[in-house]
Design a protein around this ligand. Structure first.
Ligand code: FAD
Length: 478
């Protein structure tokens, strides 16, 4: 019997739910990845021909293909709509079943339902498994039998429920004996064939399972310090594994097994890091149970808020030219590397919604275009948190001060100097709010405000007052 395993956001060959199940079921297994124009077109339409994520996927697939070729097989890579490619390949191989790992993104679920329909007509089975989160979205319910919508009780229930069985390694070691020989596979398509250009990936972004292992090994040497280091963007304090979790080049169970064990051994850093993996599960189950959060506020009364229409402020924010150095450094990190530190995501998103008064959906879309690790559930959750429109949101009357955040989390201005070099000559105390520096200090540092670096596009105190008025419509309703 032959089974086909359809790889999507799970680009690895070990500890893999769908592959594990296929190997248990069938004597022969083939693996396929589909470049689907329905998913690529929106990127191309936004002019993102040089997209790091495509290069990351391509290089990760190349690693998998090389491993499979050493086993006498190869990865099938198709270009076309999945609803056509998957049933066609299943028929060509004579597969009786297709195995895949489930997703909660609405577009993906719609696509999977279409594929399921065509396969059913061909009498091919279609089996989905939960793999990319630690506890599947229906695993936890409140006392009233409802899904959780507040993080802390969810986390407590999660920690109470999780056990070795949930984190168990899923054995895929039979793969070398069971792969379907297919040395005739033509090899991977070039990115040009898909309309994209290859991009050089930064050194901090090694692709594929190999790259994920290297990052994880490095992080395990630092994990005990995570709780104290994680909030400072100038420090190498976090794991940088988000892009690998996005594309499943490493198993989230494997990461959690290590963190869990280490936290049981008393590591506060590991316990804190595990909490971040729980945030990830939390937002995945929110998207699963509340798909309307795509495009709408989690709390409907927040859709009454009237956002400003200010394209010039939007552009200043995107370009890292708001005049607030911490925010600008954050945006320039995003634009040049595709990564942004978590503290900065919170500050940049808060500044966007509360200081600039812009609609969180616009900022969410910009992050989606730029982030290597873009994930609908986490990005939407993060933006709604910052805009105070979401579940478990930051209360709307609590507004980040971009200067205080800068002084607290980049006290010596090291991160700012890295991404806003035109301010590098300013002393530490002045770099967070250059417009307050004396003319002499600015002259000594070679900074001409308004020329080398912009004056602030808004005044924070005034913007804060405007935000409180803007959000008051919510209070009137509540
Ligand atoms: P670590 O600190 O090492 O954390 C480990 C892992 O936990 C991360 O890789 C990630 O998978 C998960 N994680 C950490 N924090 C969160 C969180 N708040 N929500 C969900 N998962 C989390 N994360 C994404 O993966 N994709 C996104 O598109 C995304 N957009 C965001 C947008 C905003 C406005 C905000 C405030 C946060 C967003 N995050 C997103 C969450 C977080 O900022 C990143 O996961 C983190 O910065 C990635 O760096 P790391 O891997 O070094 O994280």
């Amino acid at each position: 019997e032959i089974s086909l395993v359809w790889l999507r956001r799970d680009l690895r060959l070990d500890d893999h739910a769908a592959l594990h199940q296929a190997l248990r079921r069938s004597r022969r297994v083939a693996l396929v990845f589909v470049f689907d124009p329905d998913f690529l077109q929106p990127l191309l339409a936004q002019g993102a021909r040089a997209d790091r994520r495509l290069t990351f996927i391509q290089q990760s697939l190349r690693e998998l293909d090389a491993v499979l070729r050493r086993m006498g097989s190869a990865l099938f890579v198709e270009i076309g709509r999945a609803v056509d490619c998957i049933p066609r390949l299943a028929a060509r191989l004579g597969a009786q079943a297709v195995f895949f790992n489930r997703d909660v993104e609405p577009d993906t679920m719609r696509r999977d339902a279409d594929v399921a329909g065509v396969l059913a007509a061909q009498a091919v089975e279609f089996h989905g498994f939960w793999d990319h989160m630690l506890l599947e979205p229906n695993a936890l319910r409140t006392g009233l039998g409802k899904p959780y919508s507040v993080y802390t009780p969810y986390k407590n229930a999660w920690l109470k429920r999780i056990g070795a069985a949930d984190l168990a390694h899923l054995d895929c070691s039979a793969l070398p004996q069971q792969v379907l020989p297919d040395a005739s596979a033509p090899g991977l398509p070039a990115l040009h064939d898909l309309g994209f250009e290859p991009v050089a990936l930064p050194a901090g972004l090694p692709p594929g399972p190999h790259g994920a292992r290297a990052l994880f090994a490095d992080f395990m040497r630092r994990i005990d310090a995570y709780a104290s280091a994680r909030d400072y963007p100038a420090i190498k304090g976090t794991s940088y594994l988000s892009v690998h979790l996005r594309f499943g080049t490493i198993s989230v169970r494997e990461l959690a097994r290590h963190a869990w064990q280490r936290s049981l051994d008393g590591s506060a850093g590991a316990a804190s890091w595990l909490s971040e993996l729980i945030w990830r599960d939390f937002y995945i189950q929110i998207l699963h149970h509340h798909p309307q959060v795509v495009g709408r506020a989690f709390k409907p009364e927040y859709d009454r808020i009237r956002w400003d229409d200010a394209p010039e402020l939007f552009i200043a924010w995107c370009d890292g030219r708001t005049g607030y150095p911490f925010v600008d450094a954050a945006m320039r990190q995003l634009n040049t590397t595709g990564y942004m530190h978590n503290r900065l995501r919170m500050v940049a998103a808060s500044f966007f919604t509360k200081d600039l008064g812009l609609d969180w959906r616009l900022g969410e879309r910009y992050f989606a275009l730029k982030l290597n690790d873009f994930d609908l559930a986490a990005n939407n959750g993060g933006w709604q948190w910052a805009a105070s429109t979401g579940c478990d949101a930051q209360p709307w009357f609590r507004i980040f001060n971009p200067v205080t955040q800068s002084e607290k989390f980049d006290p010596a201005g090291r991160f700012i100097r890295r991404y806003v070099p035109e301010l590098a000559g300013l002393p530490d105390a002045a770099i967070h709010a250059p417009w307050l520096a004396s003319p002499q200090l600015l002259r000594d540092a070679g900074v001409r405000l308004g020329l080398d670096y912009p004056l602030p596009v808004i005044d924070h105190a005034e913007a804060r007052a405007r935000a409180l008025r803007r959000y008051a419509v919510v209070k009137e309703v509540a």
